[in-house]
Design a protein around this ligand. Sequence first.
Ligand code: SF4
Length: 153
Amino acid sequence: MLLYASVGISELEIPTKQSLVIYISNCQHKCKNCHTPYLHDSFGDSLKDNFQTIFNIYYNYFDVVCFMGEGKESIKEKDEMIKYCKFIHDNKKQVALYCGRDCYIESWMKCFDYVKIGSYQEEKGPIVKKTSNQKLFKKENNKYKDITYMFWK
Ligand code: SF4
């Protein structure tokens, strides 16, 4: 079950878009000097119980729902996110995943319009730095295009 710590509107996560950011707790990655270490603990409210209410309250203020993290990444949690993706698309919004792993875009992630991958590596810097290892991909015609450069303008 996914737990969320907080939510908020931000223009920083997806370039040119307003995001409804949902901060998922229980992050397992433990990147050195993580900018949000409070998310390492398992705490917060059930996202399943509150998602629709949050979505409706903020509906007029965002383009994209951005899940910040994947919880502890169990199969059940992936299935839960896939259900949110369907709901979000059915309601004419887009959806993004900020994944903190050094991985490729996995098949279960293909319901997302945007996927950010990569751990936080302090020496390489965050995604807004050209030296960063992190990348943001946008789905276009069922393929993912690297749009990380949009953070550098
Ligand atoms: S993935 Fe994000 S929240 Fe998790 S440890 Fe790394 S920087 Fe922190």
